[in-house]
Design a binder for this molecule. Structure first.
Ligand SMILES: [Fe+2]
Length: 242
């Protein structure tokens, strides 16, 4: 069946009303005078590459303006806006890296971020960062090199980070990221994540913004098999001290 060429709500009488309203608005100058909203993520007309200094100049201003809204929607907006700039990064230098306790995982740091911190991570082939919740800082992850699988989870029902025994979690995202790929972790959405590097390893950035008091972060142990595959539900438990 061919689609209706004109939605019913735009049938002729209504179109006339809309056209008349638009003409009236133009006559009053209300449309012409309204500033164009370019959006928060990127006010440049073209997605030209940004070096680290260019990103920090724009990113710090953008983040400072948006970080105050810590609601779920506010964090989504903040993270998407920051990610919109981060995907333009090119030629990010590799800072001094320090090996971490997790095998195959090293971490560096880029100065100059505010209110966020720019961490530069590297994972050896097959190295993993176990699933952990973000309790005080949200994150934009950007892959710069290699590939990595990232899984995100959320707790089902009441969020209790001290719960003993098992509870249910839902896998909310499974991404296989290549350079330029992003993964967003807010404190309200996709707030548990874990990494597994591909056969060539991976390197990237975690642009993290602390918006609550720092506290100890447990590790989430997740059953290999789902209890409900269609709903992506798993049994899980906390392991303190990660
Ligand atoms: Fe994390």
């Amino acid at each position: 069946m061919l689609p209706n060429p004109m939605p019913r709500f735009l049938a002729l009488p209504h179109r006339r009303q809309l056209l008349a309203a638009a003409a009236g608005a133009l006559a009053l100058g209300t449309i012409a005078r309204r500033p164009v909203e370019l959006g928060d993520a990127d006010e440049d007309a073209e997605a030209t590459p940004l070096d680290l200094a260019g990103f920090l100049t724009r990113g710090n201003a953008l983040a400072s303006r948006l970080v105050g809204d810590r609601s779920a929607v506010g964090q989504d907006r903040y993270l998407h806006a920051l990610a919109g700039l981060a995907v333009r990064l090119a030629g990010v230098p590799v800072p001094a890296m320090k090996e971490q306790a997790t095998p195959g995982y090293s971490l560096g740091f880029h100065e100059g971020g505010a209110p966020f911190t720019m961490l530069h991570w590297k994972l050896a082939p097959g190295a993993a960062i176990r699933e952990h919740p973000h309790l005080y800082g949200n994150v934009v992850t950007l892959v710069l090199e290699g590939d990595v699988r990232i899984r995100n989870y959320e707790l089902v029902g009441e969020r209790d980070y001290e719960a003993r025994g098992t509870f249910r979690v839902r896998r909310t995202c499974e991404a296989f990221l290549r350079p330029g790929g992003t993964n967003l972790v807010s404190l309200e959405r996709n707030y548990v994540h874990g990494f597994l590097a591909g056969p060539s390893g991976a390197r990237g950035l975690d642009i993290t913004t602390r918006i609550r008091e720092r506290r100890e972060t447990p590790t989430l142990e997740i059953a290999a098999k789902p209890v409900d595959e269609a709903q992506a539900l798993y049994e899980a438990s906390w392991k303190s001290g990660g």
